[in-house]
Design a binder for this molecule. Structure first.
Ligand code: ZN
Length: 326
């Protein structure tokens, strides 16, 4: 739901746009001066560097028009994109889902020159989602945004987390912060796309579920698996419970590494909703029963799901642009 829009004169230079660029759609929000969402638009993603740029421009134009400001009046534009990004230069070096590969594509510079010099920040999609999730929790009255200690755990095709500590996004020295999907948990496990064996991602991701519970095209493997398990299918119960325990391991890694107050689960698999949250909480509680040490950490209480309909990645992208500019 959108918030009331203030007069255009109050919005000049004070609004920012955040964009979540995905493989099929670009989702954008217009963020007002006080962090409220004033506009929300989606357009299909056109593939390739020029296609992404054009799709992003379409969404920016669609967001500013209705509130009576020009693109050049924006205080900043933030873009979250799945792939390898250099936030310092705003270059995207590899984003296979949107057809950017090979030569680094200077998305920030190209977009800034097409918008009359509006400052543009580009970051990895999980990083901006973590910032957006911290913003959302603070607006719900759960902790302060400035002091947020949070991990955004994306259960998508792969498994990785964005990390906010002390209210600040952490990227590390090479951008590998939160890449827990490639921590090996079984040296004899299946080969991972990264070259190692038995990575956590092989057990706790959307692609892991899709390979263990094949479904007809167009169906959502996690939903089919959980439905079969709920009907009492013994194999489905086993596959579901092993998956839930692997997600619990991911949560445990994040809590033991960063001691974050919140682990917010997002990504495509999180569309499962309550059954996923309940299942992960039960798996964490079971771990606590085996270990008095883990029990003291109350890990289950730290886990929540990205609420349906809340565009955390797009909002986070707008916030990242604002912070980079200020
Ligand atoms: Zn791996």
């Amino acid at each position: 739901m959108l918030d009331p829009v203030p007069p255009a004169t109050e919005l000049h230079g004070a609004c920012s746009v955040g964009l979540d660029v995905g493989g099929t759609k670009v989702h954008g929000v217009l963020l007002g001066p006080d962090g409220t969402v004033l506009g929300d638009e989606r357009r299909p993603t056109r593939q390739g560097p020029e296609g992404v740029l054009a799709s992003v421009e379409d969404v920016v134009g669609a967001l500013v028009g209705p509130v009576g400001i020009a693109v050049g009046d924006l205080g900043g534009i933030g873009v979250g994109i799945p792939g390898l990004v250099d936030p310092g230069t705003g270059c995207v070096t590899h984003a296979v889902n949107v057809g950017i590969r090979g030569e680094p594509f200077p998305l920030a510079d190209r977009l800034a020159s097409r918008t009359g010099g509006v400052p543009v920040a580009v970051d990895n999609d999980l990083n901006v989602a973590a910032v957006g999730a911290a913003h959302h929790l603070a607006r719900q009255g759960r902790g302060s945004e400035a002091g947020a200690e949070l991990a955004y755990l994306a259960l998508g095709t792969g498994l990785a987390a964005g990390i906010v500590l002390g209210g600040r996004l952490r990227r590390g020295v090479s951008g590998a912060v939160g890449e827990i999907g490639h921590v090996p948990v079984d040296p004899r496990g299946p080969r991972c796309a990264c070259g190692q064996r038995g990575c956590l991602e092989v057990y706790a991701s959307g692609s892991a579920l899709a390979s263990r519970w094949p479904v007809a095209p167009g169906l959502h493997a996690p939903a089919e698996l959980f439905a079969a398990a709920a009907r009492g299918d013994a194999l489905a119960v086993t596959v579901r419970d092993e998956f839930l325990d692997a997600v619990a391991v991911a949560v445990q890694m994040l809590v033991l590494t960063y001691d974050v107050a919140d682990v917010v689960i997002g990504g495509g698999v999180s569309a499962l909703g309550e059954p996923l949250l309940t299942g992960v909480a039960a798996a964490l509680a079971a771990r606590g029963e085996l270990s008095p040490f883990l029990a003291t950490l109350n890990m289950a209480d730290r886990v929540s799901l990205t609420p349906a309909g809340v565009p955390v990645a797009a909002v986070g992208a707008a916030l990242v642009s604002r912070r980079e500019v200020s």
